[in-house]
Ligand binder design. Structure first.
Ligand SMILES: Cc1cc2nc3c(=O)[nH]c(=O)nc-3n(C[C@H](O)[C@H](O)[C@H](O)COP(=O)(O)OP(=O)(O)OC[C@H]3O[C@@H](n4cnc5c(N)ncnc54)[C@H](O)[C@@H]3O)c2cc1C
Ligand SMILES: NC(=O)c1ccc[n+]([C@@H]2O[C@H](COP(=O)([O-])OP(=O)(O)OC[C@H]3O[C@@H](n4cnc5c(N)ncnc54)[C@H](O)[C@@H]3O)[C@@H](O)[C@H]2O)c1
Length: 445
């Protein structure tokens, strides 16, 4: 058994933990980071990045289908194994790159599960080694929620989906949040009849429901079957190896695979936080506005932390950089978040930032709702784009929601405008390349 001592210890090498480790090291701290699975964490290995690579093929088909009889004839088909190989080449390069980066920055890394033995020390996996640090940053992320019904063991999770070797002819997702919506578009475009079973009356509850309804209709038109206000009662394996799904209202159907995309739970339960005096629950580790847990020398950031922001890569990165500053004594102020964009990559993409249209109307703010389909950058793709903005009394954009093939790019213009509190005149002071998404930005006011 070896005992090590550091100034800063980080648990979890995902986007949040890595941001904290690099920032603390750059501030001159002696830093250790522990990881028990894949260096880089969820996003680049089994989350955002592999998903977005698979979506590239879906977007290609979506573009083609929108341009049928407008200059294109015929649709391509997805070669699933070639697409997965394309994705895997990216993923295979992630861990070596993360390890090289940590070594180059002179950040000590240990592989193994961190478990607290007291308020400042963890053990590393089965090695018996102990690591002590003056301050700890917990950045252990979340894992997929599992459901309990007869046959639940026949379901699979989002990581299994992103490694699916062959596309079955019929696929079911339980849950219409970010992950279910994004994956359903991939399977439908790849040729599988796709079903979404979801507990509520709608999808993507945190998004502008006017745009979500448009997205649901688009997805229905591609052939996706929806089961709203529905939960699974049981799943049975048929002699054909197919799965027979029974919903609580008695509806039955056969499908090839079932993926649970019904939310995520905090990786807090295996840390033995009680040994460190840290209070936690199944969804998060509660933190104050300095991201401190109930032990002031232990911070919780990223997906596992209880800060009141969406659990996304940009928020995790921001929190990682903030705790490094706090630990180094460079700030004593509470964390401040700039405007946080959220995006879901469906058949169409929906993105939003700042005040919702609903909240804007309740405040008496001006709301614009613009059909962008005749505007050049959208017209050329026959893209049914729509932009809704919220403007305060002084004419500053304070919120926006967008549905468009490139909604994630359009929303970034709004992020800057909101953070810089720009009026229309200030926006027009920028000359953007024409024709481009940027050149149309002034028309959104
Ligand atoms: C399918 C999918 C798609 C997504 N798409 C997007 C997207 O498009 N955009 C976006 O912004 N976000 C997306 N997300 C969310 C994004 O991946 C997370 O917000 C982000 O990865 C959180 O970073 P983190 O560092 O907090 O946690 P993670 O990335 O989960 O990293 C935590 C790390 O801690 C390790 N760990 C856990 N417990 C221990 C322990 N006891 N000891 C040592 N190591 C431990 C884990 O192995 C893991 O590597 C997606 C997520 C999923 C699942
Ligand atoms: N584009 C992105 O930024 C992106 C993409 C994917 C994931 N993420 C992150 O991952 C997180 C988790 O995503 P998620 O999609 O798993 O969860 P979610 O919380 O977004 O959605 C869960 C869905 O499952 C439904 N549900 C819950 N229990 C159910 C049950 N028993 N039966 C049927 N339906 C049920 C809910 O009604 C909801 O529609 C997101 O909150 C986000 O932080 C982000």
């Amino acid at each position: 058994m070896t005992e090590y001592e550091f100034e800063v210890g980080v648990i979890g090498a995902g986007p949040a933990g890595l941001a904290a480790a690099y920032a603390a090291r750059a501030l001159g701290k002696n830093v250790v980071i522990l990881e028990d699975y894949l260096w880089g964490g969820t996003c680049p290995n089994y989350g955002c990045d592999p998903k977005k690579i698979l979506l590239a093929a879906v977007e290609g088909i979506h573009r083609q289908s929108a341009l049928q009889n407008l200059g294109l004839r015929g649709l391509s088909t997805i070669d699933w194994s070639a697409l997965m190989a394309h994705k895997q080449r990216y993923v295979d390069a992630v861990e070596p790159r993360k390890i090289r980066g940590l070594d180059a920055a002179d950040i000590t890394r240990f592989y193994g599960r961190a478990v607290f033995v007291n308020a400042d020390t963890v053990t590393v996996g089965d090695t018996g080694d102990r690591v002590k640090a003056l301050d700890w940053v917990i950045a252990t992320g979340q894992r997929p929620k599992t459901l309990t019904f007869p046959g639940a063991e026949l379901t699979q999770d989002s990581e299994a989906f992103l490694n699916l070797p062959m596309m079955p002819d019929d696929v079911t997702f339980i849950g219409a949040g970010y992950i279910g919506m994004e994956f359903a578009n991939i399977t439908q475009a790849a040729g599988a009849h796709t079903r979404i079973v979801t507990a509520g009356p709608t999808a993507l509850r945190a998004f502008d429901q006017t745009l979500v309804r448009q997205l649901i209709t688009d997805m229905q038109e591609t052939g996706i079957s929806w089961y709203f206000n529905a939960t699974v009662q049981q799943i049975e394996k048929m002699p054909t190896e197919r799965l027979l799904v029974t919903l609580t209202d008695g509806t039955q159907f056969e499908t090839g695979r079932v993926f649970v995309t019904a939310g995520r739970v905090a990786n807090a339960d295996q840390l033995q936080l009680e040994n460190a005096g840290v209070v936690w629950d199944t969804t998060e580790i509660p933190v104050d506005d300095h991201l401190r847990t109930s032990n002031p020398h232990i911070y919780a950031i990223g997906d596992v932390g209880g800060s009141p922001v969406p659990k996304l890569v940009p928020t995790g990165n921001h929190e990682g950089r903030y705790v490094a500053q706090a630990i180094a004594g460079l700030t004593t102020a509470p964390i401040i978040y700039p405007a946080i964009p959220v995006v879901v990559f469906g058949t169409q993409h929906i993105a939003q930032v700042g005040l919702s249209v609903e909240a804007g109307l309740a405040n008496g703010y001006r709301v614009t709702d613009i059909d962008m389909s005749q505007v050049m950058p959208f017209y050329r793709y026959n893209d049914t784009a729509r932009v809704r903005t919220v403007l305060d009394d002084a004419g500053h954009i304070v919120g926006a929601s967008v549905i468009a093939a490139e909604a994630e790019e359009v929303i970034n213009y709004f992020v800057t405008a909101i953070n810089e509190r720009r009026t229309l005149a200030e926006t027009q002071a920028n000359l953007y390349a024409y024709p481009s998404l940027g050149s149309e930005f002034a028309t959104f006011y």
